[in-house]
Design a protein around this ligand. Structure first.
Ligand code: E4P
Length: 216
């Protein structure tokens, strides 16, 4: 499973890249707003340091304007993926951008039928939001499983990004069901490293090295 970082924070991206764990990045206007930089400047910084695909969201809501913004964003780097919200206008823009050879990530997907329509419109990626579904008492990961099954039935090439990931168990479940990608906040990636027995085991090894005076 590919791991994308769900952040526009350059320090987090640099750490993830040093670990060799960043296959791509997703951003959205809320994540960019946290960085306190002009929208396109923040995206350019991310695009410059990440070799993999970077989802850059349009701000417009009308298809023609989305396509115009997408063309400007696509010129920022060869790794740009255009993110559009799941709306009728968003799907219209997806169809046009697909025709222009510009990859699209359809975001804010909350049902299998939305994912199906996005795939039929030519989306390269769909992003079901698992955490936000869990928040309202639904089962976000069940949605991911349903979309994967639906796409497999018809051989869609659209990749599924498990998004709105809140904890390591979402990552585990996504990997176990064969999801193509999980986009994870940096703190969730850090949490995936953690196991108390790893920490205790290392402490014990270090104590024994000291006690026995072992040298390299
Ligand atoms: C990613 O593409 C989404 O924008 C992101 O995962 C949303 O996460 P949130 O529900 O934590 O805002």
């Amino acid at each position: 499973m590919k791991i994308f970082l769900d952040t526009a924070a350059v320090d987090e991206l640099k750490k993830g890249l040093e670990w060799g764990l960043v296959d791509g990045v997703t951003t959205n206007p809320s994540l960019i707003a946290k960085e306190g930089k002009p929208y396109r400047e923040a995206l350019k910084e991310v695009l410059a340091i990440v070799p993999g695909p970077v989802s850059c969201e349009v701000l417009a809501t009308e298809a023609g304007a989305m396509v115009e913004e997408a063309k400007v964003l696509a010129d920022l780097g060869t790794n740009v993926v255009i993110k559009v919200p799941f709306t009728p206008e968003g799907l219209k823009a997806t169809r046009t951008l697909h025709g222009l050879g510009i990859p699209v990530n359809v975001t804010l997907v909350f049902s299998p039928n939305q994912a199906l329509l996005a795939a039929k419109a030519g989306a390269a990626y769909v992003s079901p939001f698992v955490g936000r579904l869990d928040d309202i008492g639904h089962d976000g990961m069940e949605l991911v499983a349903q979309i994967l099954e639906m796409f497999a039935n018809y051989g869609f090439e659209t990749e599924v990004i498990a998004a709105s990931v809140r904890h390591p168990d979402h990552v585990k479940q996504a990997a176990m069901m064969g999801c193509h990608i999980a986009t994870v906040p940096f703190k969730v990636l850090q949490a995936c490293f953690k196991h108390p027995l790893t920490d205790i085991g290392l402490e014990n090894f270090l104590a024994d090295i000291k006690k026995a005076g072992i040298r390299w």
